[in-house]
Design a protein around this ligand. Structure first.
Ligand SMILES: [Zn+2]
Length: 221
């Protein structure tokens, strides 16, 4: 009996190792229904993995605030609906939540156009240019997070290439094609420092604090 238990524990361990099972089962996801337990598991996982828990709120418009992430369930449904299988849905949901989570950890919500940014964040270009770089930074890290979990990034690349509001980008957002490229290139080893130190912004201080939580991405270039 004891050896059976041991075998069970070992096999669960190996399944984790080989298939990268992440413990959030998106086969229970239903559009338009209450999927908050799934999102909360991801937020909890991020908090544990990166050592900084954050609060969540639910309403229209995804947003990263100083200590919380606002989750837009309708918009999440829109992005998740076209994913074919639970694992693809999980990848998209994790990417979107990790994107907002890294904004919080990198203290992006503390920056402002009026120049009241923390001293650890140097805005070198215009605030709009710096904001675009911040979006690239968190896309890069969120894609790294998916790679770490052995989740596919293709569904996220597709999302950026197909939704019109993402395809066109905006003042503060790179184009969808550019964002898809950032996501696909995150498969290369190492954190790409040019996103964090360039002519528009330097914010390596807060990055260094969280980068150690990406053991496979060290050392930093
Ligand atoms: Zn963002």
């Amino acid at each position: 009996m004891k050896s059976l238990q041991t075998l069970f524990v070992l096999s669960v361990f190996f399944i984790h190792l080989v298939f990268g099972v992440t413990g959030v089962d998106f086969s229970t996801y239903r559009p338009g229904m209450n999927n908050r337990p799934l999102y909360q598991s991801i937020i909890k996982d991020l908090g544990e993995k990166f050592g900084t828990p954050v609060q969540t709120a639910y309403r229209k418009g995804f947003e990263a605030q100083i200590d919380r992430i606002v989750i837009d369930e309708d918009l999440m449904d829109k992005y998740l609906q076209e994913a074919a299988v639970p694992q693809e849905r999980e990848a998209i949901a994790r990417f979107i939540l990790a994107h907002e989570y890294f904004h919080v950890l990198l203290k992006h919500p503390h920056t402002s156009e009026r120049g009241e940014s923390p001293k650890e964040i140097q805005i070198r270009g215009t605030f709009t240019e710096a904001r675009r770089e911040m979006e690239k930074q968190v896309d890069h890290l969120a894609a790294k997070y998916l790679h770490d979990l052995k989740l596919p990034t293709k569904p996220v690349e597709r999302m950026f290439q197909t939704h019109p509001e993402l395809v066109h980008g905006g003042d503060c957002y790179p184009s969808g094609e550019e964002r898809a490229k950032i996501v696909s290139e995150a498969s290369k080893p190492g954190i790409e420092m040019s996103y964090f130190d360039n002519k528009a912004i330097k914010c390596t201080f807060f990055l260094n604090k969280l980068a150690a939580r990406f053991p496979r991405e060290m050392p930093l270039k």
